[in-house]
Write a protein that binds this ligand. Structure first.
Ligand code: 1PR
Length: 526
């Protein structure tokens, strides 16, 4: 019996699904006493530290948690659930009481590398613990965070991980343990670790160890563009320059849940669903998309991102919904990150115009509750060729690596909304910068010109945006063969590359991409 502490923010569905898949029985904490009667307590924290500590205080969970921990009873904290065990965090300047079970604090990464640290990274094992039984030293786990632990007592360090420098990625003292990485999102290797926690009778560490692990891998992401076809069935479709119709009908490349499952089995590091008609069909009415997430998260234990329709909305009965409500539904249904497309362009334009943060935009609200790492901005730019920078005043103009159709030497990338149907007087670099300033944690950088073209990723665009922000960038659109993935990682600083068409049509497998990258000396998760 596993008791799960769900404080109401973030995706706990994946953890619940993982425990159930492993044969564990789940009980949810609904009142403070449930903590004291737990056999084993699992605390999957996601989002913002201050918000989490505030809720633990409001629910009167602090005292029973302290008693439980001091009695050395089995506890496993994931991400924020582990950070909660420490004295305090740089992320929180409130006066709320923390657990203070471990001495030390949580600090923001100090590095020039992208923050948040997102992706599959290795672990250096410092103690022999039943929790890590069977974990291959070369294994990688999924991380997504901007803050890390700095414990005062080094004897509690179970593993470290290297991201620019070595930081503490898990801790253990007696039966109390926690990981910064997400085992429930780390595929088979993570499931093995959770199983150790669930099934071991004695979790105590048995002595020091010193095994070094792998470094951060580049991510290969499979993307599923989803919409209803003309018969009303939800299908995975795929466009050429965003046109998803073929001989009048919507292209049908498969069923979303089945395809996501296939990509998980085939080694996708993340799966992204884009509800491509979300701008006109409000997703809380379009419930099938929520079902897709619920069903997928039962069997897919890598991160799931969902985009489409995340914005404020007034329903036909006059009821008002805010973007945060939509995001909350997506998270509850199994999403780990949400992506905002059209609304981000409006938000950025308003912010650039006034220079003022209102605190009310979807980006600010969702990142405040769920953390920056949960907010992805999906950019849909189109290339505009110009002869000279003077022809595109006010925009980030790029000297192109290849001349345009009329021998133009420069271009800028114009933002679009509603799946490319409308253009806006804003460039992709300015959009990315504004969204980062407002709290976005990652950029999904599509390119309408390259979409479905198999002509390779657009290096000028990717370099232009990647060099302008300090959050991770996912290169998207145009992958046609394995070599396009090595090209994007060798010529740009992109942290991840995403493809759709070649995977759906089985022209190239995810494994073939990873084998090719390994041959080129680029680290990937195998
Ligand atoms: O604007 O917040 O409602 O979100 C809508 C989302 O739907 C946006 O993220 C937008 O990118 C996406 N979208 C809207 N229309 C389309 C379309 O294709 N007609 N798809 C669309 C975007 C682009 C990529 C694609 C890559 C890789 N799809 O996601 O998967 O280009 O394709 P490839 O490897 O085959 O070249 P909102």
């Amino acid at each position: 019996m596993i008791t799960l502490l769900d404080y109401g923010a973030g995706n706990v569905r994946s953890v619940m699904n993982a425990v159930e898949k492993l044969g564990g029985t789940l009980k949810l904490v609904t009142k403070p006493e449930d903590i004291l009667t737990a056999e084993k307590l699992l605390f999957p924290g996601v989002g913002n530290y201050g918000n989490m500590i505030k809720i633990l205080n409001q629910k009167n969970y602090i005292e029973p948690l302290r008693k439980y921990l001091e009695a050395d009873r089995p506890f496993f904290g994931i991400c924020l659930g582990m950070q909660a065990l420490f004295d305090d965090s740089e992320e929180d300047n409130s006066e709320h009481e923390s657990l203070g079970f471990f001495k030390g604090r949580v600090e923001r990464f100090k590095t020039d590398l992208a923050i948040p640290h997102i992706g599959w990274n290795g672990i250096n094992i410092k103690q022999k613990s039943p929790l890590l039984e069977g974990v291959d030293p070369g294994a990688r786990f999924y991380f997504v965070h901007s803050y890390h632990l700095v414990p005062e007592d080094p004897s509690v360090i179970l593993t470290t991980t290297t991201y620019d420098y070595e930081f503490v990625s898990s801790v253990q003292k007696g039966n109390v343990m926690g990981t910064q990485f997400h085992p429930e999102k780390s595929g088979k290797v993570g499931m093995g670790l959770l199983e150790n926690f669930i099934k071991s009778d004695d979790l105590h560490a048995t002595g020091p160890m010193d095994i070094s692990g792998n470094g951060l891998a580049k991510r290969v992401i499979a993307c599923l563009d989803v919409r209803s076809n003309d018969d009303g069935d939800l299908v995975v479709t795929k466009g050429d320059q965003y046109d998803v119709r073929d001989k009048g009908g919507v292209r049908n490349l498969g069923q979303p849940v089945a395809l996501a499952k296939r990509y998980y089995r085939e080694g996708a590091d993340e799966i992204t669903f884009l509800n491509i008609t979300g701008f006109r069909d409000f997703p809380l009415k379009d419930m099938p998309m929520l079902k897709v997430l619920e069903e997928t998260s039962k069997n897919v234990f890598v991160p799931l991102t969902i985009g489409g329709g995340i914005r404020d909305y007034t329903a036909s009965d006059g009821k008002k919904y805010c973007a945060l409500d939509v995001a909350a539904q997506y998270f509850r249904s199994g999403a780990d990150k949400i992506s905002i497309g059209s609304d981000a362009v409006d938000i950025a334009q308003a912010y650039i115009k006034t220079g003022q943060k209102t605190g009310k935009s979807a980006i600010e609200q969702i990142s405040r509750v769920y953390g920056n790492q949960a907010v992805v901005i999906s950019i849909d730019p189109k290339r505009v060729w110009v002869d000279s920078p003077a022809d595109a005043k006010g925009h980030q103009v790029i000297k192109t690596s290849e001349p345009g159709p009329d021998n133009q030497a420069y271009c800028w990338y114009q933002c679009t909304v509603q799946g490319g149907r409308q253009t806006r007087n804003l460039d992709a670099v300015a959009l990315a910068r504004a969204c980062e300033a407002l709290g976005a944690g990652e950029i999904l950088l599509n390119c309408i010109d390259r979409d479905g073209s198999n002509a390779g990723f657009d290096m000028d665009l990717i370099n232009g945006v990647r060099n302008a922000v300090s959050i991770p960038v996912i290169a998207s659109s145009g992958a046609g063969c394995e070599a396009h993935f090595s090209e994007v990682f060798e010529k740009t600083g992109a942290e991840a590359a995403l493809a759709a068409g070649i995977f759906h049509r089985k022209e190239v497998s995810i494994q073939a991409v990873k084998n090719h990258l390994t041959q080129r000396g680029i680290q990937v998760r195998q």
